[in-house]
Design a protein around this ligand. Sequence first.
Ligand code: PMP
Length: 398
Amino acid sequence: MTGKTLLMIPGPVELSPGVLEVLNNAPPSHVAPAFIEKFGQSLKMMREVWGAGAGSQPFIIAGSGTIAMEVAVVNTLAAGQRALVVHTGYFSARMAEMLRRRGALVTELSAAPGQAPSVEELERALDQAQAAGEPFHALFATHVDTSTGVRVEAEAIARAAKERGVLSVFDGVCATAGEDFKMEEWGADIYLTASQKALGAPPGLALLVLSERALRARQELSSAPPMSLDIEQWLPVMRAYEAGRGSYFSTPATSLLLALHQGLKEVVGFERFGARGAPARIRAHAQVGRAMRAGWSALGLELFSGSPEIAANTMSAVLYPAGVDSSLLGAIKKRGVVVAGGLYPGREQDYFRVGHMGYMVERPDLLLQTLRAVGESLIEAGFSADLDAGLNAARACF
Ligand code: PMP
């Protein structure tokens, strides 16, 4: 841990000792041989973690998750093309707004806060548009919406889009390497994320993998995207680094790249349950998700995300119980743990959010410390939480 407090928000997250060590170095040149090698290896490891095919193209670009979303939007469609957005919270709404600003004709498929539209509703929306002669060019879904803790059924959504010839784009900022995703097998076209969540690196990198179909969609656009967001500008750079040559379009965030390289190495080298790599690490997130949900429930708390089947494994969105308000966050912080407030517009005061991803899957002790800080704070606020029951329920899952 870097400071006296434990950072348990849904990103940025606490970093592993290995990643912290890598960060403790001067930034290398973007054409230093050791840097070129690590850049190339990082691109290859992304394909592996994403479950992406050999013909897919990974991109590592300086920027945040929002930049990755914008890269996906502007390279997928131009003004006048139709997009369907599966709306599960604040970040899906952001994606819809980006698409509108690009001039796309946007339809949002929404559900009540804390819920997700069903796959049947999605298929109906796709089919009706097709029957009306106004088919969607692309659909956009947030794998885990960090404002609600809701996970969509990415496999069914990707398959439904593929069957109908619609491009599918998934925002995996709060999911990639923490939730199951098989890009090639499911036929997804873009899976994007940022460095600061389940990949266990600091904020500052926008990461995307594009399918061959998505690469073609860019070539077919009637108008080019803004230059710094255009994958045609970045493509030769990524190909050069993967082939072991330095290249330049815009200076890479070299220190962050090295941290990402270490984070990716820890994902692909992760061993548990007799398995290795991203599948094992994702299973570990599922176990942690179950443990945290068992803990919240035994403390007497309920989730903002309606049912356990759609609750994310990378984070929890937890409702304040009756008589408790957002002053709980200060009480938790007093106990050395930082968690986040609500983010769903209009419902910010109803719940709090806790991240449990990345390096945290190796630290059940710190997850229990978090549950303890929340439980003690609830008791201080006058809520009769059973602290031992909460801790024991979580412990039993490990
Ligand atoms: N999408 C999701 C699901 C997110 O959780 C976030 C960040 N919390 C973003 C997009 C935007 O990422 P950033 O803050 O790095 O721009």
